[in-house]
Design a protein around this ligand. Sequence first.
Ligand code: NAD
Ligand code: GLY
Length: 370
Amino acid sequence: MTGFETVPVALGERAYDIRVGQGLIGAAGRHLQDLLGHRPAVVVTDETVAALHLPAFAAGLSQAGIPLHPIILPPGEATKSFADLERLIDALLAARVERGDAIVALGGGVIGDLTGFAAAILRRGADFVQVPTTLLAQVDSSVGGKTGINTGHGKNLVGAFHQPRRVLADVGVLDSLPRRELLAGYAEVVKYGLLGDAAFFAWLEGHGRALLDGDMTLRRQAVVACCRAKAAIVGRDERENGERALLNLGHTFGHALEAELGYSGLLLHGEAVAIGMVLAFELSARLGFCPIADVGRVRRHLALVGLPAGLDQGLIQCDAECLYNHMRQDKKVMDGRLAFVLVRGIGQAFVSREVMARDVLAVLEEELLP
Ligand code: NAD
Ligand code: GLY
């Protein structure tokens, strides 16, 4: 098998490989045969991905003599719900999925998170494979084993750590992704530069636009770089007892924005993260940790590629206090104290539990000024 790069995730008995390349979906049988065997592969996907990529995936599996049993769910964040989890579990049981079978998640972060969680609880833990089809899922959600669903109280509040057995990231499928979704995923790509790799951020300043415009070599390089970064962090801190929290750069602010908008799609997760990263840089500058010039550099790059680089008053109509209240519902609250990922500059993130509410409120108020 040629034409792909392998990024190992070193997690002892839960170790697995991420394979990144172009055309992997059409060769899915070769890449997954050892895990799927010859029983029908149960493939969970959404309607949009099914229409675009399920035929190629089915053809790839059939080359290795693997039949396919699809479970097709509605697209969108609303599918990460208790109701859809129940429907999915019913469908998996009806398909007679056994503990030793590997369920395939073919789709973006919604399908990956939901399917991974279903696998975690089905028969007390079934195997699953991630075949991420969005940029966001290829660089972030498919790697590291965080799975779960949303509730009315907030995002991802119910879930489990459950590692996939393999990740197959075919950068070719990103061609069918709407530009807005591609950009939302790109926000997570930028995140890796901002949290720990200033040279990667500088590389993105030089190549980000070409990557977004379809340069496959650059896309593959970016996905590999992000997966390497995430695999290294997850390998050292699988359960987020420390360093892994850095991957939440921009997320505390971002989740508050998504919650305020009711996960309505008015703001995609990656767009919320882009704004959240700007606010995290602003907060860090306000607290004296980060040079103001770096805040400008982050805003400029996000704006240049077409991502939101600040709060849009037309969209977010509540005040700073109300956004802060959403933050307090975050999973990262301990003893009532919020954990913030702050920065000492581009590529130098750290976690702080010392941030005072008044500083967060001041940053939000300033950003919300007309
Ligand atoms: P998504 O799964 O909703 O996909 C976005 C849209 O793109 C959907 O409408 C989908 O049908 C469509 N789509 C997917 N692949 C396509 C393709 N190749 N061509 C055309 N359309 C395609 O959203 P997402 O941005 O992939 O993921 C967001 C989710 O990921 C959120 O729920 C977020 O909480 C979660 N997430 C999880 C982690 C984690 O570590 N588990 C990390 C980051 C984000
Ligand atoms: N997306 C954050 C994490 O996987 O930890």
